[in-house]
Design a protein around this ligand. Structure first.
Ligand code: ATR
Length: 285
């Protein structure tokens, strides 16, 4: 029940309609008996600085940041964690005695989900579909996780080439980063990740790429979580590939944000993760 002791948490982005973040965080509050409430705030493009000042003045304990503000928020914070600074993106803010500190749980969340499904990411050759904001974050996280190769395939090849240039600073020694020729085959890749919106409701029949030629055993991951089983993942499963659903990444970054806010244990995280995924699968087939 909301009362005078309830602490406010929230999501700042635009658009935020349809986001599942309030469902995840309010479920966590309920299950851990934390007196918190999590709301989604659609903030105008020019209103971010006012929104952040307002949240600070209201004594909010923590909030998430999403598209289009993940980079724009950095100079508005009192402190930015080194990983978030390296990735150039903050998705979680923690108020530490009134000072706003920015973190990135998208990258570690993605690495944790992929690691659980695939084991170590070191040495993996990965094909990333898309070259927008989501691709940028995912490429950064994969380079941090030590993949051997990142190949970017995008509708606009010029944009893929620009992102490859931009990501170059994050590539360590021996890591290959390239824009893939649209005619090139998928055979070398052990993991394909869709970061585009292709396949998202309402255009659920679309796929971002044909999986023809993908080696058997290669995994396919989709950041789209509406629908849960995208056409791409259905085709991958039908061809015998391991699949990784978008909702897992959304849940993982949220649970890592909760860990920053409330210091919850790994055992609690595992139980919450299991319950949230099961509930999502039940109501969102
Ligand atoms: P986000 O920040 O969510 O990644 P974005 O920056 O607009 O959003 O990027 C969207 C990505 O999805 C881009 O890679 C875009 O391809 P283009 O760079 O060629 O525009 C890709 N995308 C969106 N709709 C697409 C479609 N119908 N077919 C292929 N790619 C699409």
């Amino acid at each position: 029940m909301i009362d005078s002791g309830t602490r406010l948490y929230g999501l700042v982005g635009n658009p935020v309609a349809g986001t599942r973040s309030p469902w995840i965080h309010n479920t966590v509050f309920e299950q851990l008996a934390i007196n918190g409430a999590y709301l989604a705030f659609a903030v105008e493009e020019k209103g971010l600085a006012d929104a952040v000042r307002g949240l600070k003045a209201l004594g909010v304990r923590g909030f998430n940041v999403t598209i289009p503000f993940k980079t724009e928020i950095l100079p508005l914070l009192d402190r930015v964690d080194p990983l978030a600074a390296r990735l150039g993106a903050v998705n979680t803010v923690v108020s530490e005695n009134g000072a706003l500190c920015g973190f990135n749980t998208d990258g570690p969340g993605l690495a944790a989900v992929l690691g659980r499904h695939l084991g170590s990411l070191k040495g993996l050759r990965v094909l990333v579909l898309g070259a927008g904001g989501a691709a940028r974050g995912i490429c950064g996280a994969l380079l941090e996780a030590g993949v051997a190769e990142l190949a970017l395939l995008n509708r606009s090849q010029a944009r893929a080439e620009a992102l490859v240039q931009e990501m170059g600073v994050l590539a360590g020694e021996g890591q290959v980063l390239r824009a893939l020729d649209p005619e090139a085959g998928l055979q070398p890749y052990g993991l394909v990740i869709n970061t585009t919106s292709v396949g998202m409701e309402p255009l659920t029949d679309a796929v971002p790429v044909a999986l023809t030629g993908l080696a058997s055993g290669a995994a396919v991951c989709d950041i789209v979580y509406k629908p849960h089983r995208t056409r791409l993942l259905q085709e991958a499963r039908a061809a015998g590939h391991p699949v990784i659903h978008g909702i897992e990444m959304l849940i993982e970054q949220a649970l890592l944000a909760q860990k920053l806010w409330h210091g919850i244990t790994d055992g609690q995280l595992a139980a919450l993760r299991h319950g949230l995924i099961a509930e999502f699968e039940r109501f969102d087939k």
